[in-house]
Write a protein that binds this ligand. Structure first.
Ligand SMILES: O=C(O)CCC(=O)C(=O)O
Length: 303
């Protein structure tokens, strides 16, 4: 990637006007080393040494029937992963990029496992969130690499600047909601929104606009590709539909040092893990294809 690159050294991050103008222009900024090595170890300890988060995972099928596994929760909570979602450098960056107070919309651990991990269809996050009653695209995601993400293990791919195309129609394909591919191909082929393969080292973080088109390929490599995705909504954009993600909920920021100081790796009180049966924009692999729920979801999405 050649544009919108920043670097975080020594734990803290200076949020600048250039970040905001790059975000507005390209639809993303990349912050290399957003998590330093000790912070990353702390997060990995929460995700790998305990199964409190991974045990809540469910599989979502791609077109080939391969599995994208994820755990998703609504509120940050008070454990180490909550400190990451609430820390100063994360929240202040999101506030700067969206231009005002933000709240936590959800966090996901995306587990694209070695050899078996499925792909994510081309989509905009707002393709999902629009259906949840969020009226404005004043939302973003921070994609934090837990493992190295590269072409071999299915790194994120984006169409630079595509957030300016506005919201694109989304339809349900297999277990996921995907963008209208005629439109995606038109945007890509126009040459105005170049394809970027977002290769990342562990700890690097991509902050991207909810209308930025993105996808990721399967993981056919022997290397795991886990990523931690925190999503934020602007406080003024309180969803008009009560749904499976939170309405405006004030976010309590913590200093960056809280990531390392936190000793809670297992108490997940208040996080409110998602049951995929409550989300009408995905169908989990556990919901058998012929279940009434899966059928109902598909018919409500017109597929
Ligand atoms: O993990 C990935 O590769 C992409 C995930 C994603 O786009 C999403 O969860 O919306």
């Amino acid at each position: 990637m050649t544009s919108a690159e920043y670097r975080c050294d020594g734990g803290d991050l200076a949020v600048t006007n250039n970040m905001k103008s790059d975000f507005d222009k390209h639809g993303y900024i990349m912050v290399r080393n957003f998590l330093g090595s000790k912070e990353l170890l702390q997060i990995k300890k929460a995700l790998e040494d305990h199964d409190t988060i991974t045990s809540k995972g469910f599989g979502v099928s791609d077109r080939e029937g391969r599995e994208c596994k994820m755990s998703l929760w609504c509120h940050p909570g008070n454990d180490v992963t909550g400190m990451l979602a609430r820390c100063e450098k994360m929240v202040t960056t999101c506030e700067m990029l969206l231009g005002g107070e933000v709240y936590h919309y959800h966090t996901k651990l995306m587990m694209k496992n070695a050899e078996t991990g499925g792909c994510h269809l081309w989509h905009q996050d707002y393709g999902y969130w629009y259906k949840n009653g969020c009226l404005f695209p004043d939302m973003l995601t921070a994609f934090i690499a837990i493992d190295r993400c590269n072409k071999e293990n299915g790194c994120l791919e984006i169409l630079r600047g595509s957030h300016k195309c506005g919201r694109i129609e989304h339809l349900m394909v297999a277990g996921q909601t995907g963008a209208d591919m005629d439109r995606v191909n038109g945007i890509r082929d126009s040459g105005q929104c170049p394809l970027e393969m977002v290769e990342m080292e562990p700890g690097d973080t991509l902050f991207f606009h909810c209308n930025l088109l993105h996808t990721s390929g399967p993981n056919n490599s022997p290397n795991r590709r886990w990523a931690f995705l925190t999503a934020y909504n602007k406080a003024t954009n309180d969803p008009v539909i009560v749904h499976h993600h939170p309405q405006y909920t004030p976010l309590h920021k913590v200093p960056n040092s809280a990531i390392l100081d936190c000793t809670n790796f297992t108490d997940m009180t208040g996080k409110d893990f998602m049951d995929p049966k409550n989300d009408k924009t995905i169908v989990s692999m556990d919901e058998k294809d012929d279940s009434p729920q899966a059928k109902k979801k598909r018919s409500s999405e017109g597929s």
